[in-house]
Design a protein around this ligand. Structure first.
Ligand SMILES: [Zn+2]
Length: 358
């Protein structure tokens, strides 16, 4: 208890200090709380203690564009910082949110927003289907948000995929399902599906090719020169292409390439998790994807089983420079590559019928 209070006092001090610095120098972005680096371990059977997770402003991208995230060391899905980042643009035209965090912390997410603005919640855009990004959709729709997303995301939400060893998810609260949808066009990659002008910003919702999922959207704030690039890139743990929801490693390569065209050298890229980056930081990640895919393909072409390919430890050259390089994270990545290099199922209704493995 004492420790928690001490931590909150420090947090308050850091917040005040950084705000002073940023207003004096006008330099953005300002990082108030960096994600944890780990290593993090959790005992068998550990369950996330949602009541302990704090949602705080962790970055300021401009005077009215803030980023929220959860505390480190508590959530095994994202031990570096619980849940997915939420971006909040605020001002006289109301609040625009990018993603909604986990359902279990909805009240805390709203409270964090209310610590800096009383403006009504107007617009919400989802970057992808995962529950750490859409979990509190219904809660924020009830606050007044109109929800935007790719059409594929809507399909993924209304008709969820089946996964091995995971209970079928409950049907979604219809209130939290996106109502304004748009599609990715292979003829015009990078073209916004929606452009909004509010609070002195011009905000583009840019539908992505199937990459992390088949329903990805990146969100560009033109004046702040910031792009929320969601989860096709990560710098904590190995890459995750959610193939069952239409993602692919090949698509993540295409996503990285598109960012090289959309961003300039000064654009701040905001991943769904991990640290803020710029476009050149994506290149070693891209090279790793290409290298590992080629090695997996060679082994699979030789007739190796998945178990044999996992045992080959193909991520070894990258472990020293990859935070959160758990065995589970490595195995998931190599399994994705194995499934993708041969007999990769097509996307139907935003999803793929992937092999169900325990
Ligand atoms: Zn995420």
């Amino acid at each position: 208890m004492m420790r928690a209070r001490w931590w909150m006092l420090c947090l308050a001090a850091v917040t005040t200090l950084s705000w002073d610095v940023s207003t004096q120098e006008g330099g953005f972005p300002v990082t108030l709380i960096a994600p944890g680096k780990g290593p993090f371990t959790f005992p068998p059977g550990y369950q996330t203690p949602w009541e302990k997770i704090e949602i705080a402003v962790i970055e300021k991208m401009s005077p009215n564009l803030f980023v929220l995230h959860g505390s480190q060391g508590l959530d095994p899905a994202h031990p570096d910082a619980s849940g997915g980042r939420v971006m909040v643009l605020f001002g006289p035209d109301g609040v625009l949110m990018v993603d909604t965090q986990n359902r279990q912390v909805a009240e805390k997410t709203l409270k964090a927003i209310r610590s800096f603005t009383d403006a009504p919640i107007k617009v919400l855009v989802n970057t992808h289907i995962h529950s750490d990004h859409t979990g509190a959709n219904a809660f924020f729709a009830k606050q007044g948000a109109l929800i935007f997303a790719q059409d594929n995301l809507r399909s993924e939400m209304v008709r969820p995929v089946r996964r091995a060893n995971v209970q079928a998810p409950p049907p979604p609260d219809p209130v939290g399902v996106p109502v304004v949808t748009y599609r990715y066009s292979a003829a015009a990659p990078g073209e916004p599906g929606v452009t909004l002008t509010m609070n002195g910003e011009t905000v583009d919702f840019i539908p992505m090719m199937p990459s992390h999922t088949a329903g990805d959207t990146i969100v560009r704030f033109r004046n702040a020169n910031v792009i929320y690039i969601e989860d096709f890139y990560r710098n904590f743990g190995y890459p995750f292409a959610d193939q069952a929801n239409g993602g692919s490693i090949k698509g993540m390569l295409d996503a990285v390439d598109l960012i090289q065209k959309l961003a300039d050298d000064k654009t701040t890229l905001v991943p769904g998790h991990g640290t803020l980056v710029s476009k050149r930081d994506l290149l070693p990640y891209r090279a790793m994807l290409v290298d590992v895919m080629a090695k997996v393909k060679r082994l699979r072409d030789q007739g190796k089983s998945l178990q044999e390919v996992l045992a080959a430890n193909l991520t070894a050259p990258y472990d020293a420079t990859t935070l959160g390089d758990t065995q589970q994270s490595k195995d998931r990545f190599i399994t994705e590559a194995y499934d993708e290099v041969k007999d990769f199922p097509p996307i139907v209704d935003g999803k793929r019928t992937m092999p169900l493995r325990p």
